[in-house]
Write a protein that binds this ligand. Sequence first.
Ligand SMILES: *[C@@H]1O[C@H](CO)[C@@H](O)[C@H](O)[C@H]1NC(C)=O
Length: 215
Amino acid sequence: MLSYSLLLILPLSLWSCLSAYVIPSDLPERVGDNFIYFGYGSNMLTKRIHIQNPTAVKIGMGILKDYRLDFNTYTERWGGAPATIVPMPGAYVYGTLWEISLSNLDDIDDQEGVHEGIYYAASLPVLLSNNTVATARAYLLADQPKKPLNDFSDDDKVPLKRQPSKTYLQCLVKGAEETGIVPWYIEWLKSVKHNGHVAPDLEQILDLKDVQLNS
Ligand SMILES: *[C@@H]1O[C@H](CO)[C@@H](O)[C@H](O)[C@H]1NC(C)=O
């Protein structure tokens, strides 16, 4: 009881610093001193994932079955809706599998805002290109969108809350191309309705200016 109340009064930064040394013993995505991570958003791009997770080593393309890619809420960093994965029978999410040192587990949780309740982590089966299945850590938005993005009959009807920024979408397209994801999926990404916002710092750091979108 005493230790529990102590946790409550620790500042967030100190708590995340302490928790870096606490690796859950039952982490299904753990492989030795590393864990497998499935990036389907900005973390498909090597340069982007290495900003916060320098130990990430690419395994290759991964496919998550029975989920769809979608966007919801707002992130200050990119100036638009961030990506999430939503359970949906028959749908596919393509992404990039990484092997990351457990010493970066807390950094990636931090990047996804796990401690603030923005995303939560799940251990999901992801299909590799050699037809084997890996259990990977992936993050889902706590505030999941209900109506699938593809169900909005035209671009004008996509709510602002469901639109990624232009820079974020360019990052997804660049990461998907770098990973070698199938062309139809990249074409779909390029056609997602974005809010036109440019995040100049990230555009420059990640060299996104010339990434072509369909609008
Ligand atoms: C499939 O690929 C993964 C990642 O490269 C590798 O670890 C695994 O051994 C491969 N499995 C087979 C059966 O080739």
